[in-house]
Design a protein around this ligand. Structure first.
Ligand SMILES: [Zn+2]
Length: 118
């Protein structure tokens, strides 16, 4: 017995875990944002994350990225790095950039719980 939910667009009863409606191909509102821990990831998982998020073909995505990186003379690589930094690894996880900001915040924050001696 699989749980079902109703697609908000075509009201078709679909699998509760479906991220996209199999009938009208509409992205479901409870689908997670971009994350890199998806099947088929090779290097940083950015291509796989984008392909999974936008329902693109992973191979086409990779070819487009590589061609863009070569044609742009390295700009594409920076774009890849920027996307990697801004994309959490886990579903509903925190992006590396966010983790770095939090780490820096702890590093420079005054110790809040230090005992004061008079
Ligand atoms: Zn639908």
């Amino acid at each position: 017995m699989t749980e079902t939910k109703s697609c908000p667009d075509c009201f078709e009863s679909i699998d509760a875990r479906a991220l996209r409606c199999p009938r009208c191909a509409q992205r479901q509102p409870d689908a997670p944002g971009l994350f890199r821990d998806v099947p088929g990831r090779l290097v940083g998982g950015v291509c796989a994350a984008l392909a999974s998020h936008f329902n693109w073909d992973l191979t086409v995505m990779r070819v487009v990225l590589i061609v863009t990186a070569v044609m742009s003379g390295g700009v594409g690589l920076w774009a890849y790095l920027a996307l990697w930094v801004m994309t959490p690894f886990e579903r509903d996880g925190r992006a590396p950039a966010q983790q770095l900001i939090e780490w820096l915040g702890r590093l420079f924050a005054p110790p809040a719980t230090s005992p004061t001696r008079e």
